[in-house]
Write a protein that binds this ligand. Structure first.
Ligand code: HSE
Length: 434
Protein backbone atom coordinates (compact mmCIF):
# COMPACT_ATOMS: atom_id res chain seq x y z
CA UNK A 1 0.00 0.00 0.00
CA UNK A 2 1.23 3.48 -0.85
CA UNK A 3 2.48 5.39 2.20
CA UNK A 4 1.58 9.11 2.19
CA UNK A 5 3.41 11.27 4.73
CA UNK A 6 1.67 14.39 5.89
CA UNK A 7 3.37 17.30 7.68
CA UNK A 8 1.00 19.47 9.71
CA UNK A 9 2.00 23.06 10.50
CA UNK A 10 -0.05 24.72 13.20
CA UNK A 11 -1.70 23.00 16.14
CA UNK A 12 -4.52 25.41 16.99
CA UNK A 13 -8.25 24.72 16.74
CA UNK A 14 -8.10 23.22 13.22
CA UNK A 15 -4.64 21.61 13.54
CA UNK A 16 -5.53 19.65 16.66
CA UNK A 17 -8.86 18.57 15.11
CA UNK A 18 -7.01 17.39 12.01
CA UNK A 19 -4.58 15.27 14.07
CA UNK A 20 -7.42 13.75 16.09
CA UNK A 21 -9.56 12.82 13.06
CA UNK A 22 -6.65 11.41 11.02
CA UNK A 23 -5.68 9.18 13.94
CA UNK A 24 -9.25 8.21 14.91
CA UNK A 25 -10.50 7.47 11.36
CA UNK A 26 -7.31 5.90 10.01
CA UNK A 27 -9.13 2.70 9.02
CA UNK A 28 -11.85 4.48 6.98
CA UNK A 29 -9.34 6.86 5.41
CA UNK A 30 -7.19 3.94 4.31
CA UNK A 31 -10.16 2.01 2.93
CA UNK A 32 -11.37 5.03 0.95
CA UNK A 33 -8.03 6.04 -0.55
CA UNK A 34 -6.06 2.85 -0.77
CA UNK A 35 -3.22 4.80 0.85
CA UNK A 36 -1.69 4.60 4.30
CA UNK A 37 -1.88 8.28 5.32
CA UNK A 38 0.40 9.05 8.28
CA UNK A 39 1.36 12.22 10.11
CA UNK A 40 5.13 12.26 9.68
CA UNK A 41 5.88 15.54 11.46
CA UNK A 42 4.16 18.46 13.15
CA UNK A 43 5.44 22.02 13.16
CA UNK A 44 4.00 24.07 16.02
CA UNK A 45 5.27 26.49 18.61
CA UNK A 46 3.18 24.88 21.34
CA UNK A 47 1.30 21.62 21.89
CA UNK A 48 -2.42 21.53 22.47
CA UNK A 49 -3.68 19.67 25.51
CA UNK A 50 -6.67 18.26 23.60
CA UNK A 51 -4.63 16.47 21.00
CA UNK A 52 -2.83 13.16 21.47
CA UNK A 53 0.45 13.37 19.55
CA UNK A 54 1.38 9.78 20.42
CA UNK A 55 4.96 9.61 19.19
CA UNK A 56 4.55 12.05 16.26
CA UNK A 57 7.72 14.17 16.05
CA UNK A 58 7.07 17.86 16.73
CA UNK A 59 9.34 20.73 15.77
CA UNK A 60 8.94 24.36 16.72
CA UNK A 61 10.25 25.40 13.29
CA UNK A 62 7.52 24.99 10.64
CA UNK A 63 10.08 25.41 7.84
CA UNK A 64 11.69 22.13 8.96
CA UNK A 65 8.44 20.45 7.84
CA UNK A 66 8.60 22.19 4.44
CA UNK A 67 12.20 20.96 4.06
CA UNK A 68 11.55 17.43 5.35
CA UNK A 69 12.24 15.12 2.36
CA UNK A 70 9.87 12.46 3.78
CA UNK A 71 6.82 14.76 3.74
CA UNK A 72 4.62 14.48 0.62
CA UNK A 73 1.81 16.86 1.65
CA UNK A 74 2.32 19.95 3.80
CA UNK A 75 -0.80 21.10 5.66
CA UNK A 76 -0.69 24.82 6.47
CA UNK A 77 -2.91 25.64 9.45
CA UNK A 78 -1.00 28.51 11.03
CA UNK A 79 -3.12 31.30 9.48
CA UNK A 80 -2.10 34.83 8.51
CA UNK A 81 -0.47 35.80 5.25
CA UNK A 82 3.22 36.37 5.99
CA UNK A 83 4.83 33.25 7.51
CA UNK A 84 2.08 31.10 5.97
CA UNK A 85 2.88 32.40 2.47
CA UNK A 86 6.60 31.83 2.89
CA UNK A 87 5.93 28.35 4.22
CA UNK A 88 3.63 27.39 1.34
CA UNK A 89 6.10 28.80 -1.21
CA UNK A 90 8.92 26.81 0.38
CA UNK A 91 6.84 23.61 0.31
CA UNK A 92 5.91 24.16 -3.36
CA UNK A 93 9.54 24.91 -4.25
CA UNK A 94 10.44 21.60 -2.60
CA UNK A 95 7.87 19.81 -4.79
CA UNK A 96 5.35 19.15 -2.02
CA UNK A 97 1.58 19.27 -2.37
CA UNK A 98 -0.13 21.73 -0.05
CA UNK A 99 -3.41 21.73 1.83
CA UNK A 100 -4.53 24.90 3.59
CA UNK A 101 -7.53 26.25 5.48
CA UNK A 102 -6.23 29.78 5.03
CA UNK A 103 -8.82 31.88 3.18
CA UNK A 104 -6.84 35.12 3.52
CA UNK A 105 -3.81 33.46 1.93
CA UNK A 106 -5.80 32.03 -1.00
CA UNK A 107 -7.91 35.17 -1.54
CA UNK A 108 -4.93 37.53 -1.51
CA UNK A 109 -2.09 35.41 -2.91
CA UNK A 110 -3.84 32.47 -4.57
CA UNK A 111 -3.21 33.64 -8.16
CA UNK A 112 0.54 33.70 -7.54
CA UNK A 113 0.62 30.49 -5.47
CA UNK A 114 -1.41 28.51 -8.01
CA UNK A 115 1.00 29.60 -10.77
CA UNK A 116 3.98 28.44 -8.73
CA UNK A 117 2.26 25.15 -7.89
CA UNK A 118 1.33 24.64 -11.54
CA UNK A 119 4.94 25.14 -12.60
CA UNK A 120 6.06 22.50 -10.08
CA UNK A 121 3.16 20.13 -10.95
CA UNK A 122 1.82 20.06 -7.38
CA UNK A 123 -1.71 20.51 -6.01
CA UNK A 124 -3.04 23.06 -3.53
CA UNK A 125 -6.16 21.94 -1.66
CA UNK A 126 -8.25 24.66 0.01
CA UNK A 127 -11.61 23.04 0.71
CA UNK A 128 -11.40 24.15 4.36
CA UNK A 129 -10.88 27.80 3.40
CA UNK A 130 -14.59 28.42 2.72
CA UNK A 131 -17.61 27.40 4.79
CA UNK A 132 -15.70 25.04 7.14
CA UNK A 133 -17.09 21.52 6.89
CA UNK A 134 -19.38 22.15 3.88
CA UNK A 135 -17.72 20.72 0.74
CA UNK A 136 -18.45 23.87 -1.24
CA UNK A 137 -15.18 24.11 -3.19
CA UNK A 138 -15.58 20.60 -4.51
CA UNK A 139 -19.23 21.31 -5.27
CA UNK A 140 -18.32 24.25 -7.50
CA UNK A 141 -15.19 22.73 -8.99
CA UNK A 142 -16.62 19.28 -9.64
CA UNK A 143 -20.26 18.64 -8.69
CA UNK A 144 -21.67 21.65 -10.56
CA UNK A 145 -18.94 21.89 -13.18
CA UNK A 146 -21.37 21.28 -16.07
CA UNK A 147 -23.30 24.46 -15.22
CA UNK A 148 -22.97 28.13 -16.04
CA UNK A 149 -23.22 29.63 -12.59
CA UNK A 150 -25.56 32.64 -12.62
CA UNK A 151 -25.21 33.75 -9.01
CA UNK A 152 -24.38 32.57 -5.54
CA UNK A 153 -25.14 33.97 -2.12
CA UNK A 154 -23.93 32.70 1.21
CA UNK A 155 -23.75 33.08 4.94
CA UNK A 156 -20.03 32.43 5.02
CA UNK A 157 -18.97 33.86 8.36
CA UNK A 158 -20.15 31.78 11.32
CA UNK A 159 -19.21 34.36 13.94
CA UNK A 160 -21.27 37.09 12.26
CA UNK A 161 -24.25 34.76 11.89
CA UNK A 162 -23.95 33.71 15.53
CA UNK A 163 -23.98 37.37 16.63
CA UNK A 164 -27.04 38.26 14.48
CA UNK A 165 -28.90 35.15 15.68
CA UNK A 166 -28.26 35.83 19.37
CA UNK A 167 -29.25 39.51 18.94
CA UNK A 168 -32.54 38.45 17.34
CA UNK A 169 -33.45 35.51 19.59
CA UNK A 170 -32.15 36.67 22.95
CA UNK A 171 -31.73 40.42 22.53
CA UNK A 172 -28.07 40.03 23.56
CA UNK A 173 -25.55 42.82 23.11
CA UNK A 174 -23.12 42.66 20.20
CA UNK A 175 -19.86 42.69 22.22
CA UNK A 176 -21.09 40.04 24.64
CA UNK A 177 -21.90 37.56 21.83
CA UNK A 178 -18.62 38.30 20.08
CA UNK A 179 -16.71 37.37 23.27
CA UNK A 180 -18.55 34.05 23.39
CA UNK A 181 -17.71 33.34 19.71
CA UNK A 182 -14.04 34.02 20.52
CA UNK A 183 -14.14 31.68 23.54
CA UNK A 184 -15.71 28.94 21.37
CA UNK A 185 -12.85 29.25 18.85
CA UNK A 186 -15.07 30.48 15.97
CA UNK A 187 -13.80 34.04 15.66
CA UNK A 188 -10.65 35.02 13.77
CA UNK A 189 -7.47 35.92 15.71
CA UNK A 190 -8.42 39.51 14.82
CA UNK A 191 -12.23 39.49 15.26
CA UNK A 192 -12.63 42.68 13.22
CA UNK A 193 -12.16 40.34 10.23
CA UNK A 194 -15.46 38.71 11.24
CA UNK A 195 -17.47 41.80 12.16
CA UNK A 196 -16.24 44.05 9.36
CA UNK A 197 -16.90 41.40 6.70
CA UNK A 198 -13.26 40.89 5.66
CA UNK A 199 -13.36 37.16 6.39
CA UNK A 200 -16.55 36.82 4.32
CA UNK A 201 -14.94 38.85 1.50
CA UNK A 202 -11.95 36.47 1.48
CA UNK A 203 -14.31 33.54 1.09
CA UNK A 204 -16.54 35.24 -1.47
CA UNK A 205 -13.70 35.94 -3.91
CA UNK A 206 -12.69 32.29 -3.75
CA UNK A 207 -16.24 31.14 -4.50
CA UNK A 208 -16.66 33.72 -7.28
CA UNK A 209 -13.36 32.74 -8.93
CA UNK A 210 -14.50 29.11 -9.00
CA UNK A 211 -18.04 29.95 -10.07
CA UNK A 212 -17.14 32.24 -12.96
CA UNK A 213 -13.67 30.99 -13.95
CA UNK A 214 -11.83 34.21 -13.17
CA UNK A 215 -8.72 35.15 -11.18
CA UNK A 216 -9.07 36.02 -7.47
CA UNK A 217 -9.74 39.75 -6.98
CA UNK A 218 -9.97 40.42 -3.25
CA UNK A 219 -9.30 44.16 -3.51
CA UNK A 220 -12.45 44.66 -5.63
CA UNK A 221 -15.05 43.31 -3.19
CA UNK A 222 -17.54 45.82 -1.76
CA UNK A 223 -17.52 45.06 1.97
CA UNK A 224 -19.82 46.21 4.77
CA UNK A 225 -19.82 44.55 8.22
CA UNK A 226 -22.52 43.97 10.84
CA UNK A 227 -21.37 46.46 13.47
CA UNK A 228 -24.07 49.00 12.56
CA UNK A 229 -26.97 46.55 12.65
CA UNK A 230 -29.08 47.49 15.61
CA UNK A 231 -31.62 45.28 17.45
CA UNK A 232 -34.49 47.57 16.29
CA UNK A 233 -33.66 46.83 12.64
CA UNK A 234 -33.62 43.10 13.36
CA UNK A 235 -37.05 43.51 14.96
CA UNK A 236 -38.61 45.73 12.22
CA UNK A 237 -37.25 43.35 9.57
CA UNK A 238 -39.11 40.57 11.42
CA UNK A 239 -42.36 42.61 11.36
CA UNK A 240 -42.01 42.93 7.59
CA UNK A 241 -41.45 39.16 7.20
CA UNK A 242 -37.66 39.28 6.73
CA UNK A 243 -34.50 38.14 8.53
CA UNK A 244 -31.23 40.09 8.46
CA UNK A 245 -28.28 37.93 7.39
CA UNK A 246 -24.73 38.90 6.54
CA UNK A 247 -24.37 37.67 2.97
CA UNK A 248 -21.62 37.37 0.41
CA UNK A 249 -23.19 37.78 -3.04
CA UNK A 250 -21.60 37.16 -6.45
CA UNK A 251 -23.70 37.62 -9.58
CA UNK A 252 -22.68 37.48 -13.21
CA UNK A 253 -24.01 40.00 -15.73
CA UNK A 254 -23.16 40.51 -19.40
CA UNK A 255 -21.02 43.53 -18.50
CA UNK A 256 -19.26 42.16 -15.42
CA UNK A 257 -19.57 40.57 -12.00
CA UNK A 258 -21.07 41.88 -8.75
CA UNK A 259 -18.97 41.02 -5.70
CA UNK A 260 -20.44 42.31 -2.46
CA UNK A 261 -20.58 41.47 1.22
CA UNK A 262 -23.14 43.25 3.42
CA UNK A 263 -26.04 42.78 5.82
CA UNK A 264 -29.11 41.81 3.79
CA UNK A 265 -32.82 41.39 4.44
CA UNK A 266 -34.02 38.00 3.12
CA UNK A 267 -37.65 36.83 3.08
CA UNK A 268 -38.03 34.63 6.17
CA UNK A 269 -39.63 31.82 4.11
CA UNK A 270 -36.32 31.16 2.33
CA UNK A 271 -34.45 28.20 3.80
CA UNK A 272 -31.25 30.22 4.03
CA UNK A 273 -33.01 32.85 6.17
CA UNK A 274 -33.45 30.14 8.81
CA UNK A 275 -29.76 29.21 9.02
CA UNK A 276 -28.82 30.27 12.52
CA UNK A 277 -25.93 30.29 14.95
CA UNK A 278 -22.43 29.48 13.74
CA UNK A 279 -23.79 27.54 10.74
CA UNK A 280 -23.00 28.55 7.17
CA UNK A 281 -25.10 28.10 4.04
CA UNK A 282 -24.55 28.86 0.38
CA UNK A 283 -27.15 29.04 -2.38
CA UNK A 284 -25.76 28.46 -5.86
CA UNK A 285 -27.86 28.98 -8.99
CA UNK A 286 -26.64 27.02 -12.00
CA UNK A 287 -28.30 27.26 -15.42
CA UNK A 288 -28.82 23.50 -15.63
CA UNK A 289 -29.39 22.47 -12.03
CA UNK A 290 -31.33 25.57 -10.84
CA UNK A 291 -30.94 26.86 -7.28
CA UNK A 292 -29.20 24.52 -4.81
CA UNK A 293 -28.48 25.02 -1.11
CA UNK A 294 -25.54 23.76 0.93
CA UNK A 295 -25.72 23.95 4.71
CA UNK A 296 -23.52 22.94 7.63
CA UNK A 297 -20.96 23.98 10.23
CA UNK A 298 -18.88 26.86 8.90
CA UNK A 299 -16.19 26.77 11.56
CA UNK A 300 -14.90 24.72 14.46
CA UNK A 301 -12.21 22.16 15.07
CA UNK A 302 -13.42 18.86 13.59
CA UNK A 303 -15.83 20.28 10.96
CA UNK A 304 -12.91 22.20 9.44
CA UNK A 305 -10.62 19.19 9.92
CA UNK A 306 -13.13 17.16 7.91
CA UNK A 307 -12.54 19.49 4.93
CA UNK A 308 -8.75 19.55 5.42
CA UNK A 309 -8.56 15.76 5.46
CA UNK A 310 -10.80 15.44 2.39
CA UNK A 311 -8.13 17.41 0.50
CA UNK A 312 -5.33 15.24 1.91
CA UNK A 313 -7.25 12.17 0.76
CA UNK A 314 -8.00 13.63 -2.66
CA UNK A 315 -4.36 14.52 -3.26
CA UNK A 316 -3.26 11.08 -2.00
CA UNK A 317 -5.48 9.39 -4.59
CA UNK A 318 -4.04 11.52 -7.39
CA UNK A 319 -0.38 11.41 -6.37
CA UNK A 320 0.51 9.42 -9.45
CA UNK A 321 -1.94 11.12 -11.78
CA UNK A 322 -0.80 13.55 -14.46
CA UNK A 323 -1.50 17.18 -13.52
CA UNK A 324 -3.54 17.72 -16.71
CA UNK A 325 -6.24 15.30 -15.59
CA UNK A 326 -6.60 16.73 -12.06
CA UNK A 327 -9.37 19.29 -11.41
CA UNK A 328 -7.76 22.72 -12.01
CA UNK A 329 -7.14 24.95 -8.97
CA UNK A 330 -9.93 27.43 -9.81
CA UNK A 331 -12.04 24.93 -11.72
CA UNK A 332 -11.00 26.38 -15.09
CA UNK A 333 -7.66 25.90 -16.86
CA UNK A 334 -5.23 28.83 -16.39
CA UNK A 335 -5.24 29.90 -20.01
CA UNK A 336 -9.05 30.06 -19.96
CA UNK A 337 -9.53 32.19 -16.82
CA UNK A 338 -11.35 35.41 -17.80
CA UNK A 339 -10.76 38.87 -16.32
CA UNK A 340 -14.39 40.02 -15.92
CA UNK A 341 -14.80 43.62 -14.76
CA UNK A 342 -16.10 43.90 -11.19
CA UNK A 343 -19.13 46.20 -11.19
CA UNK A 344 -19.02 49.23 -8.86
CA UNK A 345 -21.55 49.10 -6.01
CA UNK A 346 -23.19 52.28 -7.40
CA UNK A 347 -24.35 50.28 -10.43
CA UNK A 348 -25.79 47.38 -8.44
CA UNK A 349 -29.60 47.14 -8.30
CA UNK A 350 -31.37 45.85 -5.19
CA UNK A 351 -34.40 46.65 -3.06
CA UNK A 352 -33.83 48.61 0.15
CA UNK A 353 -34.98 48.71 3.75
CA UNK A 354 -34.87 52.29 5.02
CA UNK A 355 -35.39 53.38 8.62
CA UNK A 356 -35.63 57.03 9.51
CA UNK A 357 -36.61 58.95 12.57
CA UNK A 358 -38.95 61.80 11.58
CA UNK A 359 -40.40 64.75 13.48
CA UNK A 360 -44.06 63.98 14.15
CA UNK A 361 -45.88 66.75 12.25
CA UNK A 362 -48.27 66.91 9.28
CA UNK A 363 -46.85 66.59 5.76
CA UNK A 364 -43.52 64.94 6.63
CA UNK A 365 -44.35 61.58 5.14
CA UNK A 366 -45.59 63.15 1.90
CA UNK A 367 -42.27 65.03 1.48
CA UNK A 368 -40.37 61.74 1.88
CA UNK A 369 -42.59 59.85 -0.54
CA UNK A 370 -42.34 62.75 -3.02
CA UNK A 371 -38.52 62.55 -3.02
CA UNK A 372 -38.68 58.80 -3.60
CA UNK A 373 -41.28 59.08 -6.33
CA UNK A 374 -39.31 61.85 -8.10
CA UNK A 375 -36.34 59.45 -8.12
CA UNK A 376 -38.52 56.70 -9.66
CA UNK A 377 -38.39 54.66 -6.44
CA UNK A 378 -41.59 52.94 -5.39
CA UNK A 379 -42.53 51.96 -1.83
CA UNK A 380 -43.44 48.29 -1.40
CA UNK A 381 -44.18 48.35 2.34
CA UNK A 382 -44.27 50.95 5.09
CA UNK A 383 -44.47 50.94 8.88
CA UNK A 384 -45.01 54.10 10.92
CA UNK A 385 -45.14 53.79 14.68
CA UNK A 386 -47.02 56.09 17.06
CA UNK A 387 -44.80 58.42 19.08
CA UNK A 388 -44.03 57.31 22.63
CA UNK A 389 -45.44 59.66 25.27
CA UNK A 390 -43.37 62.84 25.29
CA UNK A 391 -41.38 61.85 22.18
CA UNK A 392 -41.37 64.24 19.22
CA UNK A 393 -39.89 61.84 16.66
CA UNK A 394 -41.35 58.63 15.26
CA UNK A 395 -39.70 55.78 13.36
CA UNK A 396 -40.72 55.28 9.72
CA UNK A 397 -39.63 52.06 8.00
CA UNK A 398 -39.88 51.57 4.23
CA UNK A 399 -39.21 48.76 1.78
CA UNK A 400 -38.56 49.90 -1.79
CA UNK A 401 -38.58 48.27 -5.19
CA UNK A 402 -35.30 47.37 -6.94
CA UNK A 403 -33.31 50.46 -7.84
CA UNK A 404 -29.76 51.38 -8.70
CA UNK A 405 -27.64 52.05 -5.58
CA UNK A 406 -26.55 55.49 -6.82
CA UNK A 407 -30.21 56.58 -7.22
CA UNK A 408 -31.03 55.34 -3.75
CA UNK A 409 -28.09 57.22 -2.24
CA UNK A 410 -29.11 60.45 -3.99
CA UNK A 411 -32.68 60.14 -2.65
CA UNK A 412 -31.38 59.43 0.87
CA UNK A 413 -29.20 62.54 0.71
CA UNK A 414 -32.26 64.65 -0.12
CA UNK A 415 -34.31 63.02 2.65
CA UNK A 416 -31.55 63.75 5.18
CA UNK A 417 -31.69 67.43 4.20
CA UNK A 418 -35.37 67.77 5.20
CA UNK A 419 -35.95 69.90 8.36
CA UNK A 420 -37.94 67.10 9.93
CA UNK A 421 -35.10 64.54 9.68
CA UNK A 422 -32.41 64.94 12.35
CA UNK A 423 -30.54 61.64 12.06
CA UNK A 424 -28.93 59.61 9.31
CA UNK A 425 -31.21 57.24 7.41
CA UNK A 426 -30.43 53.55 8.03
CA UNK A 427 -30.16 51.66 4.73
CA UNK A 428 -29.98 47.85 4.43
CA UNK A 429 -30.10 46.05 1.09
CA UNK A 430 -32.83 43.46 0.44
CA UNK A 431 -32.49 40.33 -1.74
CA UNK A 432 -35.29 37.95 -2.67
CA UNK A 433 -32.77 35.20 -3.63
CA UNK A 434 -35.13 33.69 -6.17
N1 HSE B 1 -13.98 33.18 11.77
C1 HSE B 1 -14.51 32.31 10.78
C2 HSE B 1 -16.02 32.25 10.96
C3 HSE B 1 -13.92 30.93 10.95
O1 HSE B 1 -16.53 32.68 12.00
O2 HSE B 1 -16.71 31.83 10.03
C4 HSE B 1 -14.16 30.02 9.79
O3 HSE B 1 -13.60 30.49 8.61
Amino acid sequence: MKLVNVGICGLGTVGSGTVNVIVRNHEEITARTGCDIRIAQIGARRNRQNCDLDGIPVTKDVFEVADNPDVHILVELIGGTSVAKELVERAIANGKHVVTANKALIAQHGNELFRKANEKGVSIGFEAAVAGGIPIIRTLREGLSANRIEWLAGIINGTGNFILTEMRDKGRAFEDVLKEAQALGYAEADPTFDVEGIDAAHKLVILAALAFGMPLQFDKVFTEGIRNISPVDVSYAGELGYRIKHLGIARKHDNGVELRVHPTLIPERRLIANVDGVSNAVVIKGDAVGPTLYYGPGAGSEPTASAVISDIMDISRTLNVDQDVRAPYLGTRFEQLKEFPILPIDDVKTSYYLRMSVVDKPGVLSKITQILSDAGISIEALIQKQPWQGETEVPVILLTNRVRESHMNEAIQQIEQLDSIHHKVVKIRVESLS
